[in-house]
Ligand binder design. Structure first.
Ligand code: PLP
Length: 389
């Protein structure tokens, strides 16, 4: 079948699958071999070479979902991110990154780049102008993440990509929060797309994986480093990820719908002071999000009104799990200042606008009425001591 105009859910379900010629099973078989006979393949098949049957099949699916030419699948999101960065940066090169990034990426830059003689600059407000101001003759990469964690700020992908193209700089984006369902940065001019597949691509909080999607040429450049660093994913987990992606479209669309309804509902609730969700008209980047995203995603953040304790509130939740994981089919909440952003200093958090009372909400696929009920009962419980005083 012509795959050129294949729709999203059809790609999720069918593209790249391995036909079981031997037994005619309905799904891709798993090939766990670590050794294959030479069969006209340029490089021998070997899991660390990213070219086993399952790795190749899933790479095709993921590349197509992100509208890229090729992709590589890694053992974690950080393996994909670090390998890709080290493929495009060497001693004496300079990279500009937005400051609102996944904590692990910030740590990678802060803890590893000096050792390798790679220069870096962060921009606080990721506008085209602030990136432009930091460009130096040795700037090789601009790195963005949008929507960002945990405040869901939006970076203008088209503007940053156009600026970089004009200056011959490679652009990279962490597209984890949006997922390919809601945002395809390659169509907006970005060179390289990164994913923690641990999140929406996996979607069930049981797979650690990562992916990079780009042109054949850029993927080959990354592959040359990747085979040396050795961050590929086991074929069993590749197979699990293939299964998970079959439902990516329907999962994320339900999460989009739930998050949008809940954001609007929370915004009206008298015990909630602020809601951060790009789908809300009150979000400062709403118009930009509308322009570059197809859906607003399943992540939102909010603050309880003063006097209500965020930690106590989360302890009272019965359905929504108080957990570090995100993007799973189950709803989770956490306090960034105590968990995902605990390693930042209070000053750094303040600079990013992350209050101690901020709660990050990864909205699952449950019925929204049940999630609302859970939030309401938890708020009522933490109000009781207030009444007693
Ligand atoms: C989780 C996450 C990562 C890191 O992925 P791992 O699979 O944990 O290595 C990178 N970026 C974002 C936005 C994430 O949420």
């Amino acid at each position: 079948m012509d795959t050129k105009n294949m729709g999203f859910n059809t790609i999720c379900t069918h593209l790249g699958e391995i036909k079981d010629e031997q037994f005619k099973g309905a799904i891709s078989p798993i090939y766990m071999a670590t050794s294959y006979a030479f069969e006209g393949v340029d490089i021998k098949r070997y899991p660390r070479y990213f070219n086993t049957p399952n790795q190749e099949a899933l790479s095709k699916k993921i590349a197509k979902l992100e509208k890229g030419e090729a992709s590589l699948i890694f053992g974690s999101g950080m393996a994909a991110i670090s390998t890709t960065l080290f493929s495009f940066l060497q001693k004496g090169d300079h990279i500009i990154l937005q400051r609102l990034l996944y904590g692990g990426t910030i740590n990678l830059v802060n803890e590893e780049f000096d050792k390798h003689g790679i220069e870096y600059s962060f921009v606080d407000s990721p506008t085209k102008e602030s990136f432009e101001q930091k460009i130096k003759p040795n700037t090789k990469v601009i790195y963005i993440e949008t929507p960002s964690n945990p405040l869901l700020t939006i970076t203008d992908i088209r503007a940053v990509a156009a600026l970089a193209k004009e200056k011959g700089i490679t652009t990279m984006i962490d597209n984890t929060f949006a997922s390919p369902v809601n945002q395809n940065p390659i169509s907006l001019g970005i060179d390289i797309v990164l994913h923690s597949a641990t999140k929406y691509l996996g979607g069930h909080s049981d797979i650690l994986a990562g992916a990079v999607i780009a042109s054949e040429k850029n993927i080959d450049q990354i592959f040359q480093v990747a085979k040396n660093l050795g961050g590929s994913l086991s074929d069993f987990t590749v197979w699990m990820l293939e299964r998970s992606i079959k439902t990516l479209g329907i999962r994320v669309k339900q999460q989009n719908k739930n998050a949008r309804k809940l954001a609007k509902w929370l915004e009206k609730h008298e015990d909630i002071s602020t809601v951060y969700y790009p789908g809300l008209k009150s979000h400062p980047d709403h118009e930009l999000a509308k322009e570059q995203m197809k859906g607003y995603g399943g992540m939102l953040s909010f603050e309880l009104r003063e006097g209500l304790d965020a930690s106590k509130f989360q302890k009272e939740l019965q359905l929504i799990k108080n957990s570090m994981s995100l993007a799973g089919v189950e709803s989770t909440m956490l306090t960034p200042s105590l968990t995902s952003h605990a390693l930042l200093t209070p000053e750094e958090r303040e600079l990013q606008g992350i209050k101690d009372s901020l709660i990050r909400f990864s909205v699952g696929i449950e019925e929204k009425e049940d999630l609302m009920q859970d939030i309401l009962q938890a708020i009522e419980k933490i109000k009781i001591p207030e009444l007693e005083h």
